[in-house]
Write a protein that binds this ligand. Sequence first.
Ligand SMILES: CC(C)(COP(=O)(O)OP(=O)(O)OC[C@H]1O[C@@H](n2cnc3c(N)ncnc32)[C@H](O)[C@@H]1OP(=O)(O)O)[C@@H](O)C(=O)NCCC(=O)NCCS
Length: 421
Amino acid sequence: MATPEVRTSTPRVTEGSTDAGTVAWTRAQTAAFLGPRLEPEQLARVGAAFEGNRLRGAYADPDPTPVATLRSWDAELTVPGGTVTADTITGIGVRSTHRRRGLTDRLLTEDLGAAARAGAAAAVLTSTQGALYERWGFGLATRTRSLTVDTARARFRDPVARGTVETVDRPDAALALARPVFERARRRHPGALERLASQWDQILVGAGPWNGFEPDRTRQVVVWRDDDGRPAGYVVHRVEEGWFASGAATLGVVDLQVLTPTAYVELWRHLCSQDLVGTVTWSSASADEALPWLLTDPRAAVVGEDHAMLWLRVLDVPGLLSARRYPTEDALVLEIDDPLGHARGTWRLDTHDRIAPAVARTGGDADVALSVTSLGAVVLGGVDPRTLARADRLAERSPGAAGRLARMLAAPSVPWNGTRF
Ligand SMILES: CC(C)(COP(=O)(O)OP(=O)(O)OC[C@H]1O[C@@H](n2cnc3c(N)ncnc32)[C@H](O)[C@@H]1OP(=O)(O)O)[C@@H](O)C(=O)NCCC(=O)NCCS
């Protein structure tokens, strides 16, 4: 069998119709993820949402449908104290008849190389499987926790509500209010990603191949305004279980973003005080939600399962390390191993200048030696380098260096990305 050829395209949407190559690419990607077989117009609709993205495929000519797929685009990624451009990757799928022939390896290696040449500081992805992407240098950088609230038990320590809440029905009106809040909020969370229009659509409307493109009509958007009438937070929620059976519905939080602690309290107060609602759940909350601490009985909010969220692969060491800010003034030499070469080398990170940290190649002795995978895990401050040292995934070459690196990389808040892709 001939070796499939790797090709890259971008969707072309003209007068509402999507080009045949994108439709074929979308068919292949849906099948690899065991999705439903879609009608041509549904495939065209999914493909159109990929406008502006890079669609990579491995093609066994003359079949126009690829046997392996990968989709990527550039998005701003928040790092502590700044942002960088990240190659954002999804849709990695291989036809069941073509697995384990190195096709993912070819597509991913090519995508990472192109992103590095284009100047992306990092690449990010989310993964269905934990053991898959470390081999290409991705380290687990952000996690999420589930949060489940028993509304009957949830009493707020501060009983006085402030500001005003407003429900917004129309998705376009909701977007106009929610987007500016999100744009500011995401810059406060290391690990947060800029959103595509299609991601907003998924969040606010909830229509996609998985539900036959039927909008999720139980979705509601609630905006909180401060005393000056300014929107300072919003929540998108949906009904996960109706009230008919038990008399108390379960509301699922789809997205919750705030600019002030008060907005956070008041949106949760609103969620917990609705008639007919017994439980509120949020599967992708941050690992350090304040909610339990706001309640007279912290156990009314149960912090549950921990999930891997964002895997990060460093492509440009000086680009990434000099874009973030550091809480301590220090200098360390890092020896980074990278089988693909992008981050390989010995680098001196000097944070004495808090505004302009310096990163340069050096011939000096290393204080810390680590793989690019370990660097991806620690660089946003979500994993303590000392933990990786205990797991034999980071080596301390000078005494106390892992602790110094931990203090340098500490983030102002726990890294969190609330956008699935
Ligand atoms: C998972 C998947 C993308 C792998 O693609 P593939 O083309 O078979 O992978 P490759 O042949 O390029 O394998 C590259 C390496 O990864 C390893 N690998 C592949 N799939 C793996 C898995 N599921 N778990 C662990 N390792 C895996 C291979 O053994 C190989 O390692 P080696 O070089 O040491 O032999 C493919 O099986 C698939 O499409 N699965 C269904 C959709 C899916 O789960 N996509 C991932 C979404 S995040």
